[in-house]
Design a protein around this ligand. Structure first.
Ligand code: SF4
Ligand code: SF4
Length: 278
């Protein structure tokens, strides 16, 4: 009964939080898009938590596809809103507080202070596909090539910056083409790296430029996996089940790979002593 109440309380808080963002942005921007956009995402997350609390094993996948497909197909391809990092630079340089700028603030810059890299676990349309590959947990040691993300980050900034500096015509069209080309490249690279490193999330660990925002912000995340040292028997089952190589046995914020956690809950599910919790 206590668990049931707690789960429903969390569902309500998540839903209300997103409704709060939806209503505030609609009032602030006078644009009804934000009302259905954030209401839809909040409802997907609430349904996901409901399914998870009812032990539905594919609950996270349901949210991943419901939100990921909405952002990729509806927002990206149909509405022509580039939510990739290039889209963020584009709207930022245009001086427009809309679309990708709001998306980045909510999901990738301010939001992670509360829910860490929940974006990566539940909404990213790149990871939505990569998670279908067979290498759910890394089979090889982590490589020290994470610096690549900074190169990709700077390249994306230079690319969009150059379009503005050189006053290139048809920027909107170029952004749409870059959205399609960028996604195709991310999928191809993500799948290739997953096969090479035998790790579905290799792209997230080494390449994704969005992590330049996500990692420092999620360091301060309120919601994070914690370990009860008194219950832990150091069986390492949590570490073996983590797709992101996080050291859950260390309760400190600066534990190894602390800012990599995507809140997938695999470690919590696999702990035989219930020593881990959010
Ligand atoms: S690291 Fe990048 S590609 Fe991976 S889930 Fe997060 S945003 Fe998506
Ligand atoms: S297994 Fe645990 S520590 Fe690893 S990403 Fe998932 S929730 Fe985070």
């Amino acid at each position: 009964m206590k668990k049931w109440v707690k789960a429903n309380f969390i569902i309500l808080i998540i839903w209300l939080l997103f409704e709060g963002v939806a209503v505030s942005l609609t009032v602030f921007t006078k644009n009804f898009f934000y009302l259905y956009n954030f209401s839809y995402i909040g409802t997907c997350l609430a349904v996901g938590v409901y399914l998870y609390s009812n032990k539905v094993s594919f609950a996270r996948r349901v949210v991943q596809f419901a939100v990921g497909m909405y952002m990729l197909v509806y927002l990206g391809l149909i509405c022509n809103e580039n939510m990739q990092i290039e889209g963020f630079w584009f709207y930022l340089f245009s001086g427009v507080f809309e679309a990708a700028v709001i998306h980045y603030l909510v999901a990738k810059i301010i939001g992670p202070l509360l829910f860490g890299r929940g974006w990566c676990g539940y909404a990213c349309w790149t990871a939505m596909v990569l998670d279908l590959l067979p290498y759910k947990t890394p089979r090889k040691k982590r490589k020290k090539i994470g610096f690549i993300r900074y190169i990709v980050f700077v390249l994306s900034l230079l690319f969009v910056g150059a379009l503005f500096v050189f006053k290139v015509a048809n920027i909107q069209k170029i952004m749409f083409i870059s959205f399609i080309a960028g996604n195709a490249l991310y999928y191809a690279l993500g799948i290739l790296l997953a096969i090479i490193f035998k790790d579905n999330r290799a792209f997230c660990k080494y390449i994704c430029p969005v992590t330049v925002f996500l990692k420092p912000m999620s360091y301060f995340s309120l919601i994070r996996v914690k370990v009860d040292k008194d219950k832990c028997i150091s069986c390492n089952k949590c570490k073996k089940s983590c797709p992101m190589d996080v050291d859950m046995l260390d309760p400190s914020r600066n534990r190894k790979n602390a800012t990599e956690c995507i809140l997938c809950m695999k470690c919590i599910e696999n702990c035989p002593k219930s020593a881990l919790k959010l």
